[in-house]
Design a protein around this ligand. Structure first.
Ligand SMILES: *[C@@H]1O[C@H](CO)[C@@H](O)[C@H](O)[C@H]1NC(C)=O
Ligand SMILES: *[C@@H]1O[C@H](CO)[C@@H](O)[C@H](O)[C@H]1NC(C)=O
Ligand SMILES: *[C@@H]1O[C@H](CO)[C@@H](O)[C@H](O)[C@H]1NC(C)=O
Ligand SMILES: *[C@@H]1O[C@H](CO)[C@@H](O)[C@H](O)[C@H]1NC(C)=O
Ligand SMILES: *[C@@H]1O[C@H](CO)[C@@H](O)[C@H](O)[C@H]1NC(C)=O
Ligand SMILES: *[C@@H]1O[C@H](CO)[C@@H](O)[C@H](O)[C@H]1NC(C)=O
Ligand SMILES: *[C@@H]1O[C@H](CO)[C@@H](O)[C@H](O)[C@H]1NC(C)=O
Ligand SMILES: *[C@@H]1O[C@H](CO)[C@@H](O)[C@H](O)[C@H]1NC(C)=O
Ligand SMILES: *[C@@H]1O[C@H](CO)[C@@H](O)[C@H](O)[C@H]1NC(C)=O
Ligand SMILES: [Zn+2]
Length: 504
């Protein structure tokens, strides 16, 4: 029996009957035990709110001429919402939100796997590793960024990415190496600033060089070596794949020189499946649509739509994979918080033309403006703004002189936050497409939870309102759910990691 959460009426009816039978079963519910081999796939859509999904759906409906009612695949799997506040703020950051999701504690913003007193606390990544699972982390930001970090590292501050890089590799980690697969960006945190112009480590170490010569990890850092992985069939674990110095470019700006999230996930799943095929335990894979959040900070609707669609496509791929897997698999997708306070005010689909027309993000275009070397020539600069930024970049042809001069002046303003400058550019699209943004930061609105399981035992568990995730939950409840389907004990892990180094 498969596809429990697909929204066809017959299946829902069947499910209701099965639930009823189970509840009426006087012998209890033996089919919902913990003992079987299973895979746990945890997907995080960083910063994706309900409005993001709605806009992506409307965009998809228009661009792909999908007939109304046209839901996105992921929407059929909605099971509830989570509340996101952190210990010290109604508005969480990704570090505190990640620590809630991975470690089960509400902590202060910026904390990586430490509680509100700064004491290290065990994560489900670590606990599952100790229980025999293989562990993978796949992202589109730096692999040392907050969301991946919380599953295998501990730091007082999310900004200590050089420290996090060491711990991810298993250095200075009391439990040794946790991840078996790491794929994403953030190469700079593994490289020394003394030997590499792009490196940011100040300790003189090149960790990629070290793990390669120590033969403790296999490494890939470009498209060619990624392709040689043969979709994960030709890989040796543990595997480290780092394809950019910092974050990936947005999907809207990316070309095939960087593997897509879907390609990375394919490699990770194939590798982890093979590595666990003769094992009593399956794998734990965390997949993050990392930069949906950044599009929210930048109020960048076209980039947001593409980033969201990349993520929801990956959700579909993963569900399709699980439908054909013999191993019990549960997939849960949550956002850590909403970003940007997005709202949709357009009445006519044609209002979305500028979103459909855009070929690049505001981030990419701001870079073009900064790097344009004809700024001294006013006419030339103006012409550049008109053709390169408005027409070719934003796909906007009905610009006004006032708008052109607003963009021309952006670079001259010294703003503290890059998002303030970016919002000047993305405003041009938003004002036409009637997309509202209430913030350049995160908000405290609740976010959606989507789930799928390929078997009854896990489907029942994830939908249990007490220990599962159906209905409205706190973000820390994901750990409760994982504990309910496994025998892990996070307190035991916490005891074992007390000596971990938390600052650089
Ligand atoms: C924050 O942490 C402190 C100390 O552990 C605790 O007393 C307080 O209840 C927490 N508040 C929230 C909202 O989590
Ligand atoms: C590491 O974090 C501490 C605060 O915990 C901070 O003072 C220090 O600047 C950080 N180092 C780096 C390199 O980010
Ligand atoms: C590397 O970074 C450290 C700390 O920021 C700094 O003191 C040092 O000068 C840097 N080295 C080089 C070669 O830039
Ligand atoms: C590589 O091996 C050396 C010598 O054993 C060790 O000091 C170093 O920490 C290792 N580096 C990594 C990244 O594993
Ligand atoms: C498998 O990977 C190795 C490097 O680890 C590479 O030399 C070889 O060409 C790859 N094989 C295929 C079929 O791509
Ligand atoms: C692909 O994008 C990278 C930057 O991410 C750029 O350096 C490269 O030239 C691009 N390649 C092509 C074929 O456009
Ligand atoms: C979208 O782009 C086309 C050219 O590709 C242009 O004719 C049209 O005016 C643009 N739409 C808007 C709303 O700017
Ligand atoms: C765009 O910027 C203009 C000028 O600052 C402002 O009046 C308008 O409200 C903004 N519109 C949106 C949708 O952000
Ligand atoms: C988890 O481990 C802690 C610390 O070792 C222990 O006190 C507790 O009883 C354990 N919980 C369960 C449910 O076994
Ligand atoms: Zn953010």
């Amino acid at each position: 029996m498969q596809n429990f959460f697909s929204a066809t009426l017959s299946k829902i009816t069947l499910l209701a009957i099965v639930f009823q039978l189970l509840i009426n079963n006087a012998a209890g519910a033996p089919v919902v035990g913990k003992e079987k081999k299973q895979n746990i796939i945890f997907m995080v859509s960083d910063g994706m709110g309900v409005a993001n999904v709605g806009l992506a759906r409307q965009y998809n409906e228009i661009v792909n001429k999908v007939e109304f009612p046209a839901t996105l695949f992921i929407e059929d799997y909605l099971i509830g919402t989570i509340r996101t506040r952190s210990n010290n703020s109604l508005i969480t950051d990704s570090a505190a939100a990640g620590t809630a999701l991975a470690n089960g504690f509400k902590t202060y913003n910026n904390a990586i796997g430490v509680d509100s007193d700064g004491k290290p606390i065990g994560s489900i990544g670590e606990a599952l590793k100790l229980a025999g699972y293989k562990v993978g982390l796949v992202v589109t930001t730096s692999i040392c960024d907050a969301t991946p970090a919380v599953f295998a590292a501990h730091a007082k501050s999310r900004f200590n990415q050089s420290l996090i890089a060491e711990q991810l590799l298993g250095l200075n980690h009391p439990l040794g190496r946790i991840p078996d697969v790491l794929i994403g960006g953030g190469r700079e945190y593994f490289q020394s600033n003394s030997t590499n112009p792009k490196g940011v480590r100040s300790d003189g170490r090149d960790l990629i060089e070290e793990v390669t010569s120590n033969k403790t990890w296999s490494y890939s850092g470009d498209r060619q070596s990624f392709d040689a992985l043969d979709k994960g069939k030709n890989i040796s674990l543990p595997f480290l794949g780092l394809y950019t110095e910092g974050n990936y470019p947005y999907f809207i700006d990316r070309n095939s020189s960087i593997p897509s999230l879907a390609e990375q996930v394919e490699v990770a799943i194939t590798a982890l499946e093979e590595a666990t095929k003769d094992s009593d335990q399956g794998f734990f894979l965390m997949i993050e649509g990392s930069r949906i959040d950044h599009t929210g900070h930048a109020n960048d609707a076209p980039a947001m739509v593409k980033e969201t669609l990349e993520y929801v496509d990956v959700y579909k791929n993963v569900v399709n994979w699980a439908e054909n897997s013999d191993v019990d698999t549960v997939i849960v997708s949550v956002s850590d918080h909403e970003t940007g306070g997005v709202t949709l005010n357009a009445k006519k689909p044609s209002s979305y033309k500028p979103i459909i027309n855009a070929t690049h993000s505001g981030e990419y275009l701001l870079d073009q403006i900064i790097n344009f070397d004809g700024k001294n020539d006013d006419e030339k600069f103006k012409q550049f703004i008109k053709t390169e930024i408005f027409e070719d970049g934003l796909g906007i042809y009905d610009y006004t002189e006032d708008e052109v001069s607003r963009i021309k002046n952006i670079e001259l303003k010294k703003t503290d936050k890059i998002s303030v400058s970016l919002a000047q550019i993305t405003n041009l699209t938003n004002s036409r497409a009637k997309i509202g943004y209430a913030s350049l930061d995160h908000t405290s609105v609740d976010v959606n939870v989507y789930a799928y399981a390929n078997n009854f035992r896990l489907a029942y568990k994830v939908r249990d309102p007490e220990t599962g995730l159906a209905g409205a939950h706190e973000n820390v409840d994901y750990v409760t759910f994982i504990e309910s389907i496994t025998d892990i004990n996070l307190s035991e892990v916490t005891e074992k990691i007390q000596d971990i180094q938390l600052i650089e």
